[in-house]
Write a protein that binds this ligand. Structure first.
Ligand code: AMP
Ligand code: MG
Length: 486
């Protein structure tokens, strides 16, 4: 095994960026899950793998000397309202460790007790959201979507009090970093202008080192984050993922998906779909995700203004030029991803019409997003035949087949292989996650959790075992509303 390399680089930032804080012990921790594959990637010593020492670490009950926990400070726009001080209210950064890919990863406990940022909260997390984040973040990773990862989940043996009394749990999260747009907003709001400068330099060094060579490194930073976010949101859209709470404190600068609170995968295709109970206005609906990302990036640009140019007008003009590129960059990613879902690997601008027409058919007939795209790669498309009105389907089918033929003739492509790589057969359906949470909370039975976790690691493979989990929820199983993890 390679050496386990521990770093505490976040501590070198100005003191206002974080608060030292220890976890609060829990009564009777027990492992729910441990991700040995990820542990291996991090060179985590086996003494902490699914062992008593590991349990002490991942519950926060006894931290090894190589951890020096801190809670990160951040601000954020929550549903467009600015909150100047949010911060890690129930999370602690233990250390950064070197991944085998050479990059740093944060090790963070989530639900480890109160911190100086907890405000009225208890610093704890119920079991349900911990299981959801573990399953969905690992499934997203398997889908190839940049995301924070889950290293361990432990039950605390204690209860947490929400509207109801629930079992408590702690998640160990691994991220390229936990720096959010809100972290930059917080730094920019500090009286000392060095804080935002040092944080921006830190982000550049850690995530975008090439910016150091640019004439205007901070503008280049903005530009890079715009690129990553545009790619990320297009990827979400291509699998029907709805984040649910795209506040500026829930969007990372690394471009990883973070905070699986009220997130959900769309079933029946509906661009206006919202699951989150708190999102009454539909701000974070499926179709709004790209525009919201751009809005959030404008908040990042504001935080960076003073660094981009000493004269504000100049700075604004430079930043706005970059922000205005977002729709085009997003559109390119979207087109490439959705064209691949139709079996096309050389998308042209005109393919947008073909894609939009197909999506309109799905919307009109409430077809399941995942099943519909997979069905395109099934002989005679039985699901679509049955689900869509015959005339519109036939007319679209002809256009699609013509377009496929054109591309095949021109580039000798293999549409079936392109579709198979772009259309997961298996997504973490909301009712299955709910079933897992119900089972583990009531009986402690982890069999379904383990089975789904394993199956969701291979989302593009159609197998006899995963067949029953491919289906859409029956009407009585349907999850219509989701809630924040708090
Ligand atoms: P979230 O909705 O999970 O993104 O959290 C928004 C803010 O509320 C963050 O500052 C969290 O740290 C804080 N927060 C959420 N849940 C709790 C909790 N149970 N105790 C303390 N702070 C919390
Ligand atoms: Mg959050």
């Amino acid at each position: 095994m390679k050496p386990f390399e521990i770093i505490h680089s976040y501590r070198q930032l100005p003191a206002s960026c974080f608060e030292d804080c220890q976890p609060t012990q829990v009564r009777a921790p027990q492992y729910l899950a441990f991700n040995s594959a990820l542990a291996a990637e991090l060179n985590l010593p086996e003494a902490f793998w699914d062992t008593a020492e590991g349990l002490a670490l991942f519950s926060g009950n006894q931290l090894p000397a190589w951890t020096v926990p801190l809670a990160q400070a951040y601000a954020g726009h929550q549903f467009a309202n600015y909150v100047p001080r949010l911060g890690d209210g129930r999370a602690l950064l233990l250390a950064e460790v070197r991944h085998q890919d050479g990059q740093l990863r944060d090790l963070q406990l989530k639900g480890a007790g109160r911190t100086p940022f907890s405000r009225g909260g208890d610093g704890r997390s119920p079991l349900g959201p911990v299981l959801r984040e573990y399953l969905v973040s690992e499934a997203m990773h398997a889908l190839g979507i940049p995301t924070t990862r889950a290293l361990a989940a432990v039950s605390s043996g204690e209860l947490v009090f929400r509207d109801e009394t629930l079992p408590g749990a702690i998640l160990t999260r691994v991220a390229s970093s936990h720096i959010r747009i809100g972290t930059m907003q917080y730094a920019a709001s500090q009286p000392d202008p060095l804080v935002i400068k040092q944080l921006a330099d830190y982000v550049i060094q850690r995530h975008y080192p090439d910016c150091q060579q640019e004439a205007n490194p901070y503008l280049a930073l903005l530009c890079n984050v715009i690129e990553r976010q545009a790619a990320l949101i297009a990827h979400w859209m291509s699998v029907g993922f709805i984040h649910g709470v795209m506040n500026t404190d829930n969007m990372t600068l690394s471009g990883e998906t973070i905070d699986y609170g009220p997130c959900a995968f769309m079933e029946a295709y509906n661009p206006a779909q919202v699951f989150s109970y708190i999102d009454q206005q539909g701000r974070y609906a499926y179709k709004n995700q790209p525009a919201v990302a751009q809005w959030n990036l404008a908040r990042l640009a504001e935080a960076l203004l003073a660094l981009i140019h000493p004269e504000q007008e100049q700075a604004i003009s430079l930043a706005v030029t970059e922000l205005n590129r977002f729709p085009e960059i997003y559109q390119q990613h979207w087109l490439r991803r959705f064209a691949a879902k139709l079996g096309l690997s050389h998308a042209v601008a005109n393919d947008k019409v073909l894609i939009d027409d197909f999506l309109a058919l799905l919307a009109k007939n409430s077809a399941d997003f995942t099943l519909a795209f997979c069905d395109l790669n099934t002989p005679n498309q039985p699901y679509l035949q049955q689900q869509l009105d015959a005339a519109s389907w036939q007319s679209w089918l002809t256009q699609w087949q013509n377009r496929l033929q054109d591309e095949q003739q021109q580039f000798a492509t293999n549409p079936s292989a392109i579709m198979a790589a772009a259309n997961p057969v298996l997504i973490p359906r909301n009712h299955l996650i709910q079933q897992v949470i119900d089972e583990v909370s009531t009986t402690g039975d982890l069999r379904l959790f383990n089975q789904l976790h394993r199956l969701w690691q291979q989302p593009f493979t159609d197998t006899a075992e995963n067949k029953p989990f491919q289906a859409a929820a029956a009407p009585q199983e349907r999850v219509c509303q989701t809630f924040c993890g708090t």
